[in-house]
Design a protein around this ligand. Structure first.
Ligand SMILES: Cc1cc2nc3c(=O)[nH]c(=O)nc-3n(C[C@H](O)[C@H](O)[C@H](O)COP(=O)(O)OP(=O)(O)OC[C@H]3O[C@@H](n4cnc5c(N)ncnc54)[C@H](O)[C@@H]3O)c2cc1C
Length: 476
Protein backbone atom coordinates (compact mmCIF):
# COMPACT_ATOMS: atom_id res chain seq x y z
CA UNK A 1 0.00 0.00 0.00
CA UNK A 2 1.36 3.43 -0.92
CA UNK A 3 0.18 6.37 1.09
CA UNK A 4 1.33 9.88 0.47
CA UNK A 5 1.70 12.21 3.47
CA UNK A 6 -1.47 13.80 4.78
CA UNK A 7 -2.01 17.37 3.63
CA UNK A 8 -3.53 20.08 5.73
CA UNK A 9 -4.61 21.70 2.49
CA UNK A 10 -3.80 21.37 -1.17
CA UNK A 11 -1.73 24.17 -2.68
CA UNK A 12 -1.06 24.31 -6.41
CA UNK A 13 2.04 22.32 -7.25
CA UNK A 14 2.68 24.50 -10.29
CA UNK A 15 4.48 27.53 -8.89
CA UNK A 16 2.43 30.58 -9.74
CA UNK A 17 0.14 28.45 -11.94
CA UNK A 18 -3.47 27.48 -11.61
CA UNK A 19 -4.41 24.21 -9.92
CA UNK A 20 -4.79 21.35 -12.39
CA UNK A 21 -8.05 19.53 -11.85
CA UNK A 22 -8.36 16.12 -13.46
CA UNK A 23 -11.87 14.68 -13.63
CA UNK A 24 -12.34 11.00 -14.50
CA UNK A 25 -15.69 10.27 -16.15
CA UNK A 26 -18.12 12.34 -18.20
CA UNK A 27 -21.26 10.95 -16.55
CA UNK A 28 -23.46 12.79 -14.08
CA UNK A 29 -20.79 13.22 -11.38
CA UNK A 30 -17.93 14.24 -13.69
CA UNK A 31 -19.87 16.52 -16.02
CA UNK A 32 -21.71 18.40 -13.28
CA UNK A 33 -18.44 18.84 -11.36
CA UNK A 34 -16.77 20.29 -14.47
CA UNK A 35 -19.67 22.66 -15.09
CA UNK A 36 -19.68 23.81 -11.48
CA UNK A 37 -16.02 24.80 -11.94
CA UNK A 38 -16.86 27.14 -14.81
CA UNK A 39 -15.09 30.48 -14.22
CA UNK A 40 -13.05 29.03 -11.33
CA UNK A 41 -9.30 29.79 -11.56
CA UNK A 42 -8.39 26.19 -12.35
CA UNK A 43 -7.43 24.19 -15.45
CA UNK A 44 -9.69 21.18 -15.90
CA UNK A 45 -8.97 18.02 -17.85
CA UNK A 46 -12.08 15.87 -18.15
CA UNK A 47 -11.15 12.33 -19.21
CA UNK A 48 -13.93 10.09 -20.47
CA UNK A 49 -13.93 6.55 -21.81
CA UNK A 50 -16.56 7.70 -24.28
CA UNK A 51 -16.80 11.02 -26.11
CA UNK A 52 -20.35 11.55 -24.83
CA UNK A 53 -22.24 12.32 -21.67
CA UNK A 54 -24.71 9.48 -21.33
CA UNK A 55 -28.16 10.02 -19.83
CA UNK A 56 -28.53 6.42 -18.56
CA UNK A 57 -32.12 6.71 -17.28
CA UNK A 58 -33.38 6.77 -20.90
CA UNK A 59 -31.22 3.94 -22.26
CA UNK A 60 -34.25 1.64 -22.27
CA UNK A 61 -35.97 3.99 -24.74
CA UNK A 62 -33.01 3.65 -27.13
CA UNK A 63 -33.16 -0.13 -26.68
CA UNK A 64 -36.84 -0.20 -27.62
CA UNK A 65 -36.66 2.16 -30.59
CA UNK A 66 -38.27 5.28 -29.09
CA UNK A 67 -35.22 7.55 -28.99
CA UNK A 68 -32.01 7.75 -30.97
CA UNK A 69 -28.70 7.35 -29.19
CA UNK A 70 -27.75 10.95 -30.01
CA UNK A 71 -30.67 12.30 -28.02
CA UNK A 72 -29.48 10.78 -24.78
CA UNK A 73 -25.75 11.07 -25.40
CA UNK A 74 -24.59 14.54 -26.49
CA UNK A 75 -20.87 15.05 -27.14
CA UNK A 76 -19.11 16.15 -23.95
CA UNK A 77 -16.90 18.42 -26.04
CA UNK A 78 -19.96 20.22 -27.37
CA UNK A 79 -21.49 20.66 -23.91
CA UNK A 80 -18.27 22.22 -22.61
CA UNK A 81 -17.34 24.18 -25.74
CA UNK A 82 -17.84 27.56 -24.10
CA UNK A 83 -16.13 26.63 -20.84
CA UNK A 84 -12.62 27.77 -21.66
CA UNK A 85 -11.01 26.37 -18.49
CA UNK A 86 -12.05 22.83 -19.43
CA UNK A 87 -10.42 20.45 -21.88
CA UNK A 88 -11.97 17.14 -22.87
CA UNK A 89 -9.78 14.07 -23.43
CA UNK A 90 -11.03 10.76 -24.81
CA UNK A 91 -9.41 7.76 -23.15
CA UNK A 92 -9.82 5.08 -20.53
CA UNK A 93 -8.10 5.78 -17.26
CA UNK A 94 -6.05 2.70 -16.48
CA UNK A 95 -3.79 3.94 -13.68
CA UNK A 96 -4.06 6.45 -10.87
CA UNK A 97 -0.74 7.04 -9.13
CA UNK A 98 -1.70 8.60 -5.82
CA UNK A 99 1.88 9.22 -4.66
CA UNK A 100 3.03 10.99 -7.81
CA UNK A 101 -0.39 12.55 -8.40
CA UNK A 102 -0.83 11.39 -11.96
CA UNK A 103 -3.58 9.73 -13.93
CA UNK A 104 -2.82 7.66 -17.01
CA UNK A 105 -5.40 7.33 -19.77
CA UNK A 106 -5.15 5.04 -22.77
CA UNK A 107 -6.74 4.93 -26.17
CA UNK A 108 -5.83 2.60 -29.02
CA UNK A 109 -2.52 1.72 -27.38
CA UNK A 110 -1.51 5.34 -26.75
CA UNK A 111 -1.04 6.20 -23.10
CA UNK A 112 -1.17 9.77 -21.79
CA UNK A 113 -0.09 10.82 -18.31
CA UNK A 114 -1.99 13.71 -16.72
CA UNK A 115 -0.54 15.31 -13.57
CA UNK A 116 -3.07 16.72 -11.13
CA UNK A 117 -3.34 18.91 -8.08
CA UNK A 118 -6.96 17.97 -7.50
CA UNK A 119 -8.60 14.77 -8.71
CA UNK A 120 -12.30 13.99 -9.01
CA UNK A 121 -13.01 10.33 -9.74
CA UNK A 122 -16.52 9.73 -11.10
CA UNK A 123 -16.13 6.57 -13.16
CA UNK A 124 -19.52 5.13 -12.18
CA UNK A 125 -20.49 1.47 -12.15
CA UNK A 126 -20.93 -1.37 -14.62
CA UNK A 127 -23.21 -4.39 -14.69
CA UNK A 128 -22.74 -7.12 -12.11
CA UNK A 129 -23.64 -10.72 -12.85
CA UNK A 130 -22.90 -11.72 -9.24
CA UNK A 131 -19.92 -13.85 -10.22
CA UNK A 132 -21.55 -15.31 -13.35
CA UNK A 133 -19.95 -13.13 -16.00
CA UNK A 134 -20.54 -15.86 -18.58
CA UNK A 135 -24.24 -14.85 -18.56
CA UNK A 136 -23.28 -11.57 -20.26
CA UNK A 137 -22.87 -13.24 -23.65
CA UNK A 138 -26.55 -14.23 -23.74
CA UNK A 139 -28.08 -11.61 -21.45
CA UNK A 140 -26.52 -8.22 -22.15
CA UNK A 141 -26.80 -5.53 -19.49
CA UNK A 142 -28.01 -1.97 -19.96
CA UNK A 143 -25.15 0.32 -19.15
CA UNK A 144 -23.95 1.84 -22.39
CA UNK A 145 -25.12 2.94 -25.83
CA UNK A 146 -23.50 -0.22 -27.20
CA UNK A 147 -25.63 -2.30 -24.83
CA UNK A 148 -28.83 -0.47 -25.78
CA UNK A 149 -28.21 -0.80 -29.53
CA UNK A 150 -27.31 -4.45 -29.22
CA UNK A 151 -30.47 -5.11 -27.22
CA UNK A 152 -32.52 -3.15 -29.78
CA UNK A 153 -31.12 -5.39 -32.50
CA UNK A 154 -31.88 -8.52 -30.50
CA UNK A 155 -35.48 -7.47 -29.73
CA UNK A 156 -36.44 -6.45 -33.27
CA UNK A 157 -34.39 -9.35 -34.68
CA UNK A 158 -36.34 -11.89 -32.58
CA UNK A 159 -39.61 -10.81 -34.21
CA UNK A 160 -37.99 -11.06 -37.66
CA UNK A 161 -36.74 -14.60 -36.99
CA UNK A 162 -40.11 -15.64 -35.60
CA UNK A 163 -41.79 -14.50 -38.83
CA UNK A 164 -39.73 -17.00 -40.85
CA UNK A 165 -39.62 -19.84 -38.32
CA UNK A 166 -41.86 -22.87 -38.91
CA UNK A 167 -41.56 -24.87 -35.70
CA UNK A 168 -44.20 -23.60 -33.19
CA UNK A 169 -41.87 -24.23 -30.22
CA UNK A 170 -39.16 -22.18 -31.92
CA UNK A 171 -41.62 -19.36 -32.62
CA UNK A 172 -42.61 -19.35 -28.93
CA UNK A 173 -38.93 -19.23 -27.90
CA UNK A 174 -38.27 -16.34 -30.26
CA UNK A 175 -41.31 -14.47 -28.99
CA UNK A 176 -40.34 -14.84 -25.32
CA UNK A 177 -38.49 -11.88 -23.79
CA UNK A 178 -37.09 -12.16 -20.30
CA UNK A 179 -35.91 -9.17 -18.28
CA UNK A 180 -33.94 -10.07 -15.15
CA UNK A 181 -34.23 -7.57 -12.28
CA UNK A 182 -37.44 -5.85 -11.17
CA UNK A 183 -35.84 -2.51 -10.24
CA UNK A 184 -36.67 0.67 -12.21
CA UNK A 185 -34.62 -0.34 -15.28
CA UNK A 186 -36.17 -3.82 -15.46
CA UNK A 187 -39.71 -2.52 -14.97
CA UNK A 188 -39.27 0.17 -17.64
CA UNK A 189 -37.68 -2.26 -20.06
CA UNK A 190 -40.34 -4.96 -19.62
CA UNK A 191 -43.14 -2.39 -19.95
CA UNK A 192 -41.69 -1.02 -23.17
CA UNK A 193 -41.17 -4.44 -24.77
CA UNK A 194 -44.82 -5.28 -23.99
CA UNK A 195 -46.00 -2.01 -25.57
CA UNK A 196 -43.75 -2.53 -28.56
CA UNK A 197 -45.19 -6.00 -29.16
CA UNK A 198 -48.84 -5.13 -28.56
CA UNK A 199 -49.06 -1.61 -30.01
CA UNK A 200 -46.19 -0.76 -32.37
CA UNK A 201 -45.68 -4.07 -34.14
CA UNK A 202 -49.33 -5.12 -34.06
CA UNK A 203 -49.88 -4.83 -37.82
CA UNK A 204 -46.33 -5.24 -39.12
CA UNK A 205 -46.13 -9.01 -39.54
CA UNK A 206 -48.13 -11.48 -41.61
CA UNK A 207 -47.39 -14.92 -40.15
CA UNK A 208 -46.84 -14.20 -36.48
CA UNK A 209 -48.94 -12.24 -34.04
CA UNK A 210 -46.47 -9.96 -32.17
CA UNK A 211 -49.18 -9.35 -29.56
CA UNK A 212 -48.83 -12.97 -28.44
CA UNK A 213 -45.22 -12.34 -27.32
CA UNK A 214 -44.47 -13.33 -23.71
CA UNK A 215 -42.69 -10.69 -21.69
CA UNK A 216 -41.42 -12.00 -18.36
CA UNK A 217 -39.98 -9.85 -15.59
CA UNK A 218 -37.97 -11.99 -13.13
CA UNK A 219 -36.46 -11.20 -9.77
CA UNK A 220 -35.04 -13.25 -6.92
CA UNK A 221 -36.46 -10.65 -4.49
CA UNK A 222 -40.10 -10.92 -3.39
CA UNK A 223 -41.14 -7.44 -4.60
CA UNK A 224 -41.23 -5.18 -7.63
CA UNK A 225 -39.41 -1.84 -7.25
CA UNK A 226 -38.32 -2.54 -3.62
CA UNK A 227 -36.91 0.98 -2.96
CA UNK A 228 -40.32 2.51 -3.80
CA UNK A 229 -42.09 0.67 -0.95
CA UNK A 230 -44.92 -1.84 -0.91
CA UNK A 231 -47.73 0.45 -2.08
CA UNK A 232 -46.01 1.68 -5.23
CA UNK A 233 -44.43 -1.72 -5.85
CA UNK A 234 -47.87 -3.33 -5.85
CA UNK A 235 -49.30 -0.59 -8.08
CA UNK A 236 -46.46 -1.14 -10.55
CA UNK A 237 -47.02 -4.88 -10.49
CA UNK A 238 -50.75 -4.50 -11.19
CA UNK A 239 -50.07 -2.16 -14.11
CA UNK A 240 -47.45 -4.53 -15.52
CA UNK A 241 -49.97 -7.37 -15.37
CA UNK A 242 -52.55 -5.16 -17.13
CA UNK A 243 -50.22 -4.57 -20.06
CA UNK A 244 -49.37 -8.26 -20.30
CA UNK A 245 -46.04 -8.54 -18.46
CA UNK A 246 -45.70 -11.76 -16.42
CA UNK A 247 -44.03 -10.87 -13.14
CA UNK A 248 -42.22 -13.80 -11.53
CA UNK A 249 -40.79 -13.02 -8.08
CA UNK A 250 -38.63 -15.19 -5.79
CA UNK A 251 -37.13 -16.58 -9.00
CA UNK A 252 -33.36 -16.76 -9.05
CA UNK A 253 -31.56 -17.15 -12.37
CA UNK A 254 -29.03 -19.98 -12.05
CA UNK A 255 -28.05 -20.40 -15.69
CA UNK A 256 -28.35 -18.53 -18.98
CA UNK A 257 -27.52 -19.84 -22.44
CA UNK A 258 -28.42 -19.10 -26.04
CA UNK A 259 -31.73 -20.96 -25.83
CA UNK A 260 -33.07 -19.67 -22.53
CA UNK A 261 -32.66 -19.51 -18.77
CA UNK A 262 -32.78 -21.87 -15.83
CA UNK A 263 -34.53 -20.45 -12.80
CA UNK A 264 -34.68 -21.66 -9.19
CA UNK A 265 -37.87 -20.80 -7.30
CA UNK A 266 -38.27 -20.32 -3.55
CA UNK A 267 -39.29 -23.99 -3.20
CA UNK A 268 -35.80 -24.91 -4.52
CA UNK A 269 -37.27 -26.39 -7.71
CA UNK A 270 -35.55 -25.44 -10.93
CA UNK A 271 -37.34 -24.82 -14.18
CA UNK A 272 -36.42 -23.83 -17.69
CA UNK A 273 -37.71 -20.82 -19.64
CA UNK A 274 -36.96 -21.10 -23.37
CA UNK A 275 -36.31 -17.52 -24.51
CA UNK A 276 -34.23 -16.05 -27.31
CA UNK A 277 -33.96 -12.57 -25.82
CA UNK A 278 -32.67 -12.11 -22.29
CA UNK A 279 -31.81 -8.72 -20.75
CA UNK A 280 -29.90 -8.33 -17.51
CA UNK A 281 -31.02 -5.41 -15.36
CA UNK A 282 -29.89 -6.71 -11.96
CA UNK A 283 -26.85 -5.67 -9.94
CA UNK A 284 -24.08 -3.14 -10.34
CA UNK A 285 -20.33 -3.27 -9.81
CA UNK A 286 -18.42 -0.04 -9.27
CA UNK A 287 -15.50 0.87 -11.55
CA UNK A 288 -12.26 -0.98 -10.79
CA UNK A 289 -10.64 2.42 -10.17
CA UNK A 290 -12.25 2.32 -6.69
CA UNK A 291 -10.27 -0.78 -5.77
CA UNK A 292 -7.11 0.75 -7.25
CA UNK A 293 -7.55 3.83 -5.05
CA UNK A 294 -8.41 1.66 -2.02
CA UNK A 295 -5.15 -0.29 -2.40
CA UNK A 296 -3.11 2.89 -2.50
CA UNK A 297 -4.87 4.91 0.21
CA UNK A 298 -6.14 2.26 2.62
CA UNK A 299 -9.75 3.38 2.10
CA UNK A 300 -12.25 0.56 2.48
CA UNK A 301 -13.82 -0.97 -0.64
CA UNK A 302 -17.09 -2.91 -0.34
CA UNK A 303 -18.21 -6.03 -2.22
CA UNK A 304 -19.77 -3.97 -4.98
CA UNK A 305 -16.42 -2.20 -5.46
CA UNK A 306 -17.56 1.13 -3.92
CA UNK A 307 -14.89 3.03 -2.06
CA UNK A 308 -15.64 4.58 1.34
CA UNK A 309 -15.26 8.34 1.31
CA UNK A 310 -15.07 10.80 4.18
CA UNK A 311 -18.02 13.12 4.85
CA UNK A 312 -16.41 15.70 2.53
CA UNK A 313 -16.18 13.08 -0.28
CA UNK A 314 -12.38 12.86 -0.14
CA UNK A 315 -10.23 9.86 0.72
CA UNK A 316 -8.53 9.53 4.13
CA UNK A 317 -5.19 11.39 4.13
CA UNK A 318 -5.86 12.66 0.60
CA UNK A 319 -7.87 15.87 0.61
CA UNK A 320 -6.92 16.26 -3.05
CA UNK A 321 -8.79 13.10 -4.13
CA UNK A 322 -12.57 13.37 -4.37
CA UNK A 323 -14.73 10.36 -5.29
CA UNK A 324 -18.36 10.93 -6.28
CA UNK A 325 -21.39 9.12 -7.68
CA UNK A 326 -21.93 5.39 -8.10
CA UNK A 327 -18.31 4.64 -7.12
CA UNK A 328 -18.51 6.07 -3.63
CA UNK A 329 -19.84 4.49 -0.45
CA UNK A 330 -21.22 6.96 2.08
CA UNK A 331 -24.15 6.54 4.48
CA UNK A 332 -25.73 3.87 2.24
CA UNK A 333 -26.63 6.52 -0.36
CA UNK A 334 -28.26 4.97 -3.45
CA UNK A 335 -26.60 4.82 -6.87
CA UNK A 336 -28.79 7.45 -8.51
CA UNK A 337 -28.15 10.43 -10.72
CA UNK A 338 -28.89 13.05 -8.06
CA UNK A 339 -26.32 11.60 -5.64
CA UNK A 340 -23.71 11.88 -8.41
CA UNK A 341 -24.79 15.38 -9.51
CA UNK A 342 -24.87 16.79 -5.99
CA UNK A 343 -21.60 15.03 -5.10
CA UNK A 344 -19.91 16.44 -8.21
CA UNK A 345 -21.05 19.95 -7.31
CA UNK A 346 -19.93 19.55 -3.71
CA UNK A 347 -16.43 18.40 -4.77
CA UNK A 348 -16.24 21.32 -7.22
CA UNK A 349 -17.15 23.75 -4.45
CA UNK A 350 -14.38 22.36 -2.21
CA UNK A 351 -11.87 22.80 -5.02
CA UNK A 352 -13.09 26.29 -5.91
CA UNK A 353 -12.71 27.43 -2.30
CA UNK A 354 -9.15 26.16 -2.13
CA UNK A 355 -8.26 27.73 -5.46
CA UNK A 356 -9.59 31.14 -4.38
CA UNK A 357 -8.13 31.01 -0.87
CA UNK A 358 -11.54 30.82 0.80
CA UNK A 359 -12.13 28.94 4.05
CA UNK A 360 -13.04 25.28 3.50
CA UNK A 361 -16.74 24.49 3.56
CA UNK A 362 -17.74 23.52 7.04
CA UNK A 363 -20.73 21.35 6.23
CA UNK A 364 -20.23 17.73 5.20
CA UNK A 365 -21.87 16.51 2.00
CA UNK A 366 -25.60 16.15 2.52
CA UNK A 367 -27.72 14.48 -0.12
CA UNK A 368 -31.02 16.17 -0.82
CA UNK A 369 -33.41 13.45 -1.97
CA UNK A 370 -35.63 14.88 -4.70
CA UNK A 371 -37.53 11.60 -5.04
CA UNK A 372 -37.63 8.71 -7.50
CA UNK A 373 -39.79 7.84 -10.47
CA UNK A 374 -40.20 4.94 -12.86
CA UNK A 375 -42.44 4.59 -15.92
CA UNK A 376 -44.35 1.41 -16.52
CA UNK A 377 -46.05 2.15 -19.80
CA UNK A 378 -47.20 5.19 -21.71
CA UNK A 379 -49.33 7.39 -19.42
CA UNK A 380 -48.43 5.34 -16.35
CA UNK A 381 -45.62 5.76 -13.84
CA UNK A 382 -44.90 5.62 -10.13
CA UNK A 383 -43.41 8.52 -8.17
CA UNK A 384 -42.01 8.59 -4.65
CA UNK A 385 -41.38 12.19 -3.64
CA UNK A 386 -40.88 12.88 0.04
CA UNK A 387 -44.13 12.07 1.83
CA UNK A 388 -45.99 11.77 -1.47
CA UNK A 389 -46.34 8.44 -3.18
CA UNK A 390 -48.50 8.29 -6.26
CA UNK A 391 -48.97 6.31 -9.42
CA UNK A 392 -50.74 6.62 -12.75
CA UNK A 393 -51.07 9.51 -15.18
CA UNK A 394 -49.98 12.39 -12.91
CA UNK A 395 -46.82 10.50 -11.98
CA UNK A 396 -46.17 9.94 -15.68
CA UNK A 397 -46.56 13.65 -16.54
CA UNK A 398 -44.16 14.49 -13.74
CA UNK A 399 -41.71 11.90 -15.05
CA UNK A 400 -41.98 13.47 -18.51
CA UNK A 401 -41.27 17.00 -17.29
CA UNK A 402 -38.37 16.02 -15.02
CA UNK A 403 -36.65 13.91 -17.68
CA UNK A 404 -37.03 16.64 -20.27
CA UNK A 405 -35.46 19.14 -17.89
CA UNK A 406 -32.43 16.95 -17.35
CA UNK A 407 -31.79 16.08 -20.98
CA UNK A 408 -28.75 18.10 -21.89
CA UNK A 409 -28.99 20.46 -24.87
CA UNK A 410 -31.83 22.29 -26.61
CA UNK A 411 -31.62 20.25 -29.84
CA UNK A 412 -31.95 16.98 -27.95
CA UNK A 413 -34.95 18.31 -26.03
CA UNK A 414 -36.81 19.28 -29.21
CA UNK A 415 -36.22 15.97 -31.00
CA UNK A 416 -36.96 13.99 -27.84
CA UNK A 417 -40.37 15.67 -27.54
CA UNK A 418 -41.07 14.82 -31.21
CA UNK A 419 -40.09 11.19 -30.72
CA UNK A 420 -42.14 10.94 -27.55
CA UNK A 421 -45.16 12.29 -29.43
CA UNK A 422 -44.68 9.65 -32.14
CA UNK A 423 -44.53 6.88 -29.53
CA UNK A 424 -46.93 8.04 -26.85
CA UNK A 425 -49.66 9.72 -28.91
CA UNK A 426 -49.28 7.43 -31.91
CA UNK A 427 -48.18 3.82 -32.12
CA UNK A 428 -44.86 4.29 -33.87
CA UNK A 429 -41.23 4.09 -32.90
CA UNK A 430 -38.90 6.35 -34.83
CA UNK A 431 -35.68 4.45 -34.18
CA UNK A 432 -36.00 0.87 -35.36
CA UNK A 433 -32.67 0.57 -37.17
CA UNK A 434 -30.33 -2.18 -35.97
CA UNK A 435 -27.19 -2.95 -37.91
CA UNK A 436 -25.41 -6.29 -38.05
CA UNK A 437 -22.39 -4.75 -36.35
CA UNK A 438 -24.51 -3.62 -33.43
CA UNK A 439 -25.95 -7.08 -32.95
CA UNK A 440 -22.91 -9.25 -33.66
CA UNK A 441 -19.90 -6.89 -33.35
CA UNK A 442 -19.23 -7.33 -29.63
CA UNK A 443 -19.37 -11.11 -29.81
CA UNK A 444 -17.19 -11.15 -32.93
CA UNK A 445 -14.50 -9.11 -31.17
CA UNK A 446 -14.73 -11.30 -28.09
CA UNK A 447 -14.06 -14.40 -30.16
CA UNK A 448 -10.79 -12.79 -31.30
CA UNK A 449 -9.73 -12.97 -27.65
CA UNK A 450 -8.07 -10.50 -25.30
CA UNK A 451 -5.18 -8.48 -26.65
CA UNK A 452 -7.10 -7.48 -29.76
CA UNK A 453 -8.83 -4.23 -30.44
CA UNK A 454 -9.85 -2.27 -33.51
CA UNK A 455 -6.97 -0.20 -34.88
CA UNK A 456 -7.26 3.33 -36.21
CA UNK A 457 -7.45 1.95 -39.71
CA UNK A 458 -10.39 -0.21 -38.76
CA UNK A 459 -8.87 -3.69 -38.68
CA UNK A 460 -8.06 -5.82 -35.66
CA UNK A 461 -4.70 -5.07 -34.07
CA UNK A 462 -2.59 -6.82 -31.46
CA UNK A 463 -2.25 -4.71 -28.32
CA UNK A 464 -0.24 -7.13 -26.24
CA UNK A 465 2.43 -5.44 -24.04
CA UNK A 466 5.38 -6.05 -26.38
CA UNK A 467 3.48 -4.15 -29.04
CA UNK A 468 2.86 -1.02 -26.94
CA UNK A 469 2.74 2.44 -28.49
CA UNK A 470 4.29 5.62 -27.24
CA UNK A 471 3.34 7.22 -23.92
CA UNK A 472 2.56 10.94 -23.86
CA UNK A 473 3.26 13.00 -20.80
CA UNK A 474 1.10 16.05 -20.47
CA UNK A 475 3.22 19.07 -19.64
CA UNK A 476 3.42 19.73 -15.90
C1 LIG B 1 -30.29 1.79 -17.37
C2 LIG B 1 -30.14 2.73 -16.20
C3 LIG B 1 -31.24 3.47 -15.78
C4 LIG B 1 -31.11 4.35 -14.72
N1 LIG B 1 -32.20 5.10 -14.34
C5 LIG B 1 -32.08 6.01 -13.36
C6 LIG B 1 -33.16 6.85 -13.00
O1 LIG B 1 -34.25 6.74 -13.55
N2 LIG B 1 -32.96 7.79 -12.04
C7 LIG B 1 -31.75 7.94 -11.41
O2 LIG B 1 -31.61 8.83 -10.57
N3 LIG B 1 -30.71 7.15 -11.71
C8 LIG B 1 -30.84 6.20 -12.67
N4 LIG B 1 -29.77 5.40 -13.00
C9 LIG B 1 -28.52 5.53 -12.23
C10 LIG B 1 -27.72 6.73 -12.69
O3 LIG B 1 -27.62 6.74 -14.09
C11 LIG B 1 -26.36 6.66 -12.02
O4 LIG B 1 -26.53 6.68 -10.62
C12 LIG B 1 -25.47 7.82 -12.44
O5 LIG B 1 -25.23 7.76 -13.82
C13 LIG B 1 -24.16 7.80 -11.68
O6 LIG B 1 -23.34 8.84 -12.12
P1 LIG B 1 -21.76 8.66 -12.12
O7 LIG B 1 -21.20 9.95 -12.58
O8 LIG B 1 -21.32 8.10 -10.84
O9 LIG B 1 -21.50 7.53 -13.19
P2 LIG B 1 -21.88 7.50 -14.73
O10 LIG B 1 -22.96 8.43 -15.06
O11 LIG B 1 -22.06 6.06 -15.04
O12 LIG B 1 -20.57 8.04 -15.43
C14 LIG B 1 -19.37 7.35 -15.38
C15 LIG B 1 -18.51 7.87 -16.49
O13 LIG B 1 -17.20 7.41 -16.32
C16 LIG B 1 -16.73 6.91 -17.55
N5 LIG B 1 -15.69 5.94 -17.20
C17 LIG B 1 -15.84 4.76 -16.58
N6 LIG B 1 -14.66 4.17 -16.40
C18 LIG B 1 -13.74 5.01 -16.90
C19 LIG B 1 -12.34 4.97 -17.02
N7 LIG B 1 -11.62 3.94 -16.54
N8 LIG B 1 -11.72 5.99 -17.64
C20 LIG B 1 -12.42 7.05 -18.11
N9 LIG B 1 -13.75 7.14 -18.03
C21 LIG B 1 -14.41 6.14 -17.42
C22 LIG B 1 -17.94 6.36 -18.22
O14 LIG B 1 -17.74 6.24 -19.61
C23 LIG B 1 -18.95 7.43 -17.86
O15 LIG B 1 -18.86 8.53 -18.72
C24 LIG B 1 -29.87 4.50 -14.06
C25 LIG B 1 -28.78 3.74 -14.49
C26 LIG B 1 -28.91 2.87 -15.54
C27 LIG B 1 -27.72 2.07 -16.00
Amino acid sequence: MTTSPAHADVPSSTPGGRPRVVIVGSGFGGLFAARALDKAPVDITLIGKTAQHLFQPLLYQVATGILSEGEIAPATREILRRQTNARVVLGEVTTIDVENRTVTSEILGRATVHPYDELIVAAGAGQSYFGNDQFAEFAPGMKSIDDALEIRGRIFGAFELAEIATDPAEIDRLLTFVVVGAGPTGVEMAGQIAELARRTLRRDFRRINPGSARVILLDAAPAVLPPFGEKLGNAARRKLNDIGVEVQLGAMVVDVDADGLTVKDTDDQTRRIPAATKIWAAGVQASGLGRMLGEQTGAEVDRAGRISVQPDLTLPGHPEIHVVGDMMALDKLPGVAQVAIQGGRYAADTIKRRATGKAPQEKPFKYFDKGSMATISRFSAVADIGRFKFSGFIAWVLWLVVHLMYIVGFKSRVTTVLHWMVSFLGRGRSERVATQQQVYGRLALETLGTGWEVSKTGGPKNTSPENEDATNRESA
